[in-house]
Write a protein that binds this ligand. Structure first.
Ligand code: CU1
Ligand code: CU1
Length: 290
């Protein structure tokens, strides 16, 4: 069955409640924390050794597509009508947006310890204890707008610059790749200050708290951000139908900095056997209501 992913701002009250309830059910069963663990384990940066499959790499998009599909299927085992909504952060830019309502994601963290105090994922409401994390603390944290060094969410123009890129990715296939859709949308940029975080990365930075780094799945808004990132991949493909859908086509050779560090089009993406090529289209699994 092909399911439909909707813009979070168009969900009915009942749809919001069912999404939240399904997430809370997975949390109670321990399944949610398995997703958190996988993401932490696969958070490998340029400077570290080994295969980089999830971030700072060409397979950023297909890896997260598979990751979201697994999560969506877990949600649907709890409630078959639920899908992962997307958050278009170029439009819903305010901390007052319904996204952050008491009945959905809850709001910002308080000053001081940055603890989220409202909504279903506030520790004090009894259903959301952080178990798998790279930092200490049992409560979910957020710091909207990065108060120590203020930033805004990415704009439509920021996304447009990325969608205009004619190549999927470019050498050296990491966070220093200059140009290409993948790195400009994943959002690693050179320089200093807040300009270093673009698009996808800037959203993690704007939400702050747990959304920074490997433990970001602890904040359920992670899924809504990545559903939009996934939709933007689809839009890029639509815009560039003649471009190679994924690069590199073949594994980088010995002597290349990408050798045994990045996944080529027909190689498996751990922890699965799925290849980027198999994730290039989502037509058989879900569609986006735009
Ligand atoms: Cu990620
Ligand atoms: Cu992310």
């Amino acid at each position: 069955m092909v399911s439909t992913r909707k813009n979070q701002n168009r969900l009915t009250r009942a749809e919001r409640r069912r999404f939240v309830d399904a997430v809370l059910r997975l949390k109670r069963r321990g399944e949610y924390d398995e997703f958190v663990r996988i993401h932490i384990d696969f958070y490998v940066a340029d400077g570290e050794r080994g295969l980089r499959v999830a971030h700072m790499a060409p397979s950023f998009f297909p890896w997260h597509r598979r990751f979201l599909l697994d999560f969506e299927r877990a949600l649907q085992r709890v409630d078959p009508a639920v899908t992962v909504p997307y958050w278009d952060w170029t439009r819903d830019r305010s901390p007052a947006a319904s996204l952050w309502g008491e009945d959905f994601m809850g709001g910002d963290g308080r000053s001081g310890d940055r603890q989220v105090r409202t909504g279903p994922f506030a520790y004090r409401n009894g259903q959301w204890t952080i178990k798998e994390s790279v930092t200490d603390g049992e409560f979910l944290t957020r710091a909207f707008g990065n108060p120590a060094n203020p930033i805004d969410l990415p704009t439509p123009a920021d996304v447009e610059r990325s969608l205009k890129e004619t190549r999927y990715d470019v050498e050296p296939w990491d966070s220093t790749s200059h140009g290409g859709f993948r790195n400009t949308l994943e959002g690693w940029a050179p320089g200093r200050g807040t300009d270093r975080w673009r698009n996808h990365n800037r959203v993690h930075r704007w939400v702050g708290g747990h959304m920074l780094g490997g433990g970001s799945v602890n904040d359920p808004v992670f899924w809504l951000n990545h559903a939009f990132v996934d939709l933007l991949w689809t839009r890029w493909q639509r815009r560039h139908p003649d471009a190679a859908p994924y690069l590199p086509a073949r594994p980088p050779e010995l002597g290349d900095p990408g050798y045994e560090r990045v996944v080529a089009r027909h190689e498996p993406m751990p922890p699965w056997r799925t290849t980027p090529d198999e994730m290039t289209s989502h037509r058989g699994s879900y569609r986006y209501e735009e």
